[in-house]
Design a protein around this ligand. Structure first.
Ligand code: ATP
Ligand code: MG
Length: 402
């Protein structure tokens, strides 16, 4: 069947969102500000997005009855969750305009397909090999050690990964990743690269193929989870930022992506890998708004969620203008635990007394270690000023400086 006619939405229309987490919640806020309604499909009744949406279809993501119910209530569909079955997007595309497409999501869901796509766009990637079974181990090049073994599918926030120092460690690492899945999973073994730092590009691409970008963000990860993002003059050298944006646009165009797309990059330390690969390589993509773009709600005149809504609605895109430098701190559940290990509410009054603080909490009922509960963005005239405030907040919250 052919996809449906891509009509532009009107205020009063409704967008359907697959997934009920914080990204859906922030997108719902943006949609509602523009006079649109939101219906969320999520198995959970009171998730972050369901709390603010006008409607909820409470089914599993792979339940075709849920897809039909959603399609009946909305004029367009998007997703906030990239592990939604690509099949769901395909089926919905026969009923309503869907962005991103099942194709974009299917590529982003599979690290092997994703890396092949980057290479087909002429964008450098970490040296890697795809492993389907233990028999494949013998063909691996020594250059991939030390490496990181990653499941091709369903990884996020550093989950589904194991460090592999030497070839001898590979069987145990393979078994540890297989132990968490009912059926055998393919993996990618990537060389562990010496990273100087990490950054990302968040862009939006319209149905007509017009793209706009947020400023390039510099990111700090801890235990595989984003901890801090900085954006503003001095965060990323200008010539590198330009090259990264060009690479990100090529990746988006190659996918014929519609919607927001985040492209994550590794910048390499000087040394043999940098001489072989160049200054940077692409890590992975997310076919949706990304944690590293959350600052845009407070630092830019258009946020990544405004852009996602415009894409889903078929509305025009204009380049976001950054009006403030910004530093974003992720608020993991760990922040709810004091030094003695007791759970308590953090000192929000102390935080909000700092100039330039923008507190975002996602309405999750229970804090857990490693769980993304919210984020805190500091805006200021310069990056140094935003960082000084963010460091004070980090000290209050017990977050390590970066
Ligand atoms: P997320 O969902 O948070 O983006 P993820 O589970 O998809 O994470 P990756 O982005 O693959 O995982 O890896 C998480 C982090 O681990 C990276 O941001 C980087 O800090 C580190 N890392 C991953 N791969 C490599 C590599 N090949 N060399 C060096 N460091 C790496
Ligand atoms: Mg990542």
């Amino acid at each position: 069947m052919k996809p449906v006619v891509q009509a532009r939405l009107q205020p009063g229309d409704t967008i359907g969102v697959l997934g009920g987490g914080q990204l859906g919640r922030m997108m719902a806020h943006a949609a509602q500000a523009m006079g649109l309604s939101v219906v969320v499909l999520d198995p959970q009744a009171d998730g972050p997005a369901a709390q603010v949406a006008q409607g909820l279809v409470q089914t599993a993501y792979d339940d075709p009855a849920g897809w039909t119910q959603l399609a009946e209530r909305v004029q367009a569909v998007t997703t906030e969750f990239e592990n939604v079955p690509a099949q769901a997007l395909q089926a919905l595309a026969e009923l309503k305009p869907v962005s991103p497409s099942a194709h974009s999501v299917a590529i982003a869901q599979d690290r092997a397909a994703e890396k092949a796509h980057f290479q087909s766009c002429g964008v450098p990637v970490a040296p890697h090999a795809v492993l389907h079974r233990e028999a494949d181990f013998s063909q691996l090049s020594d250059a991939l050690f030390p490496g990181i073994l990653k499941t091709t599918r369903m990884g996020y926030d550093g989950k589904g990964q194991a460090r592999v120092l030497t070839r001898a460690d590979l069987p145990a690492a393979w078994q540890s990743l297989q132990a968490h899945t009912p059926t055998p999973v393919s993996c990618v073994l990537e060389a562990q690269l010496p990273l100087a730092w990490e950054c990302s590009v968040v862009l939006a691409r319209s149905r007509e193929g017009h793209s706009v970008c947020l400023p390039v963000q510099r990111n700090w990860h801890r235990h595989g989870i984003l901890a801090v993002t900085e954006v503003g003059e001095g965060a990323v050298p200008g010539d590198m930022a330009h090259a990264l944006v060009q690479a990100a646009l090529a990746v988006a165009k190659g996918l014929q992506h519609v919607g927001v797309l985040c492209v994550e990059f590794f910048v390499l330390q000087e040394g043999p890998w940098q001489r072989e690969l160049g200054t940077w390589v692409v890590n992975e993509i997310a076919p949706r708004p990304h944690n590293s773009g959350h600052h845009s709600m407070d630092s830019c005149d258009l946020s990544q969620f405004d852009l996602q809504v415009r894409c889903a609605a078929g509305w025009p895109l204009t380049p976001p203008r950054q009006h403030s430098a910004a530093v974003m701190l992720n608020l993991l559940g760990d922040v709810w635990q004091n030094a003695a290990g007791q759970w308590r509410e953090p000192d929000w009054s102390g935080i909000l007394a700092l100039p330039g603080a923008h507190l975002h909490l996602y309405g999750k009922r229970e804090a857990k270690l490693g769980r993304k509960m919210g984020h805190l963005t500091f805006t200021a005239a310069t990056l140094e000023q935003a960082r000084a405030q963010a460091l004070q907040a980090a000290a209050i919250l017990g977050i390590e400086p970066w």
